[in-house]
Ligand binder design. Structure first.
Ligand SMILES: [Zn+2]
Length: 410
């Protein structure tokens, strides 16, 4: 959830400042010079106006299968970007009629895909040279300003397809299935460009969710008959549908998505656990929580040609049974976390969260506590509290496994 975000002036290059704001996703069609140049096209929804935009900041994140480069602009792009390969390992982006802030200079990325980024200006625009470590085809698209994030040119640099990596994942999936263990997919909300809610003393939701998710995985992996997989293991953005796809690929038996709540009311406190509703939310507040969590794709930036096959999933006949199991899981987990006297439980609720739409996987979303409440922000930061919360969730999963999975398989 990302209510009450605050800008982060002076924050590091990997952090996106954010505040509550109008959510609009606009994609500007990109012009292509080189025939082999990658481009994604969509209807123009944002028209340049006013002075020429300036390249204000370069940010990047390393994910296991790609590196994301983000070029923040001070306004809508003045013209479509042009892409070309200067040689097989040098990819160039040209932004016409764009200036460059003096603060922007060479970025040494140095991960397995990108060596460095060198921006330069001429009279007619801004040229950005990206030196690649390996031959691959970057993909570029524009994102219009949203939720405190500026207009952005995004360049995703994918890792070349590696059959060995694919085979290793397939082997792992088979191994997990043959083990007959309960497979729990743990989803740490937000990450990368999307820091989630910003709370008291700039506490970032994405950091807390990852920390609790890792601790929960460690707890579950210690339990006999249980094995956990993480949808993300570092600070990078994953679209909501990819989180669901990953859980389905691992044939997870359960999905637990970890989040932190936020409110303009500093006094708001407590833990909520959600399961999917296909027909409306428990109440207005629950609907708002789902809307804000679902906006992650707009903030993090999903490229325009990403379809939404989750819509078809809605009509899957298995969904009703999965929702019943999800509600049982949510009830068991809220009882389990209620054992910590530092937390007030706000109960189990329903809303239309995209990340809970796997048709065959009982899925719940845990709003741990409020990052905007000074007392709860303090406990969320505390590694011992995070470990305790993970332990309580793990206890709940064990209870669910013992009480419900046997009943459901009869
Ligand atoms: Zn969240």
């Amino acid at each position: 959830m990302r209510e009450q975000r605050t800008p982060r002036p002076g924050s590091g290059p990997r952090r996106a400042g954010a505040r509550a704001g109008l959510i609009v996703l606009g994609i500007v069609a990109a012009a292509v010079l080189a025939p082999s140049a990658p481009v994604r096209r969509a209807a123009t929804t944002s028209k340049p106006s006013g002075p020429a935009p300036e390249l204000a900041r370069i940010r990047y994140w390393t994910a296991p299968d790609h590196t994301r480069l983000v070029f923040d602009l001070t306004g809508p792009p003045a013209g479509g970007p042009r892409y070309r390969f200067a040689d097989s390992l040098t990819f160039e982006v040209y932004l016409p009629m764009t200036r460059k802030s003096p603060a922007v200079s060479t970025e040494f990325v140095g991960d397995s895909l990108v060596a460095d980024i060198f921006p330069a200006v001429s009279d007619s625009g801004c040229a950005i040279r990206i030196r690649l470590q390996r031959a691959t085809t970057p993909l570029g698209f524009f994102l219009a300003a949203v939720d405190g994030n500026p207009d952005r040119l995004v360049i995703d640099v994918p890792a070349p397809v590696n059959p060995e990596v694919e085979q290793a994942i397939t082997r792992r999936v088979t191994e997990l299935k043959q083990s007959k263990k309960l497979i729990v997919a743990i989803d740490a909300g937000h990450g990368g460009e999307d820091p989630g809610a910003i709370g008291h003393r700039r506490l970032q939701e994405a950091d807390i969710t990852l920390s609790i998710a890792k601790k929960l995985k460690a707890q579950l992996d210690l339990m006999p008959g249980v094995s956990a997989v993480l949808t993300r293991s570092g600070d990078y953005f994953i679209p909501l549908r990819n989180r669901v796809d990953l859980a389905r690929r691992y044939q997870a038996d359960l999905l637990i998505s970890i989040h932190c709540n936020a409110s303009r009311d500093r006094d708001a406190t407590g833990t909520e656990i959600y399961f999917l509703s296909l027909t409306g939310a428990t109440d207005e507040a629950a609907r708002n929580v789902a809307e804000k969590e679902n906006a992650a794709d707009l903030v993090g930036g999903v490229s325009p040609d990403t379809g939404d096959d989750l819509l078809s999933i809605l009509f899957d006949l298995r969904q009703n049974d999965t929702i019943r199991r999800s509600s049982e899981l949510a009830e068991v987990l809220i009882d389990a976390v209620g054992a910590d006297s530092r937390l007030v439980t706000r109960g189990v609720k329903q809303a239309g969260f995209v990340v809970l739409k796997a048709p065959e996987i009982p899925s719940v979303l845990v709003e741990t506590a409020f990052v905007t409440n000074p007392r709860e922000a303090a406990i969320l930061r505390d590694a011992q509290f995070q470990a305790k919360f993970a332990e309580l969730l793990a206890n709940g999963i064990e209870t669910y496994k013992n009480q419900h999975l046997r009943a459901n398989s009869n």
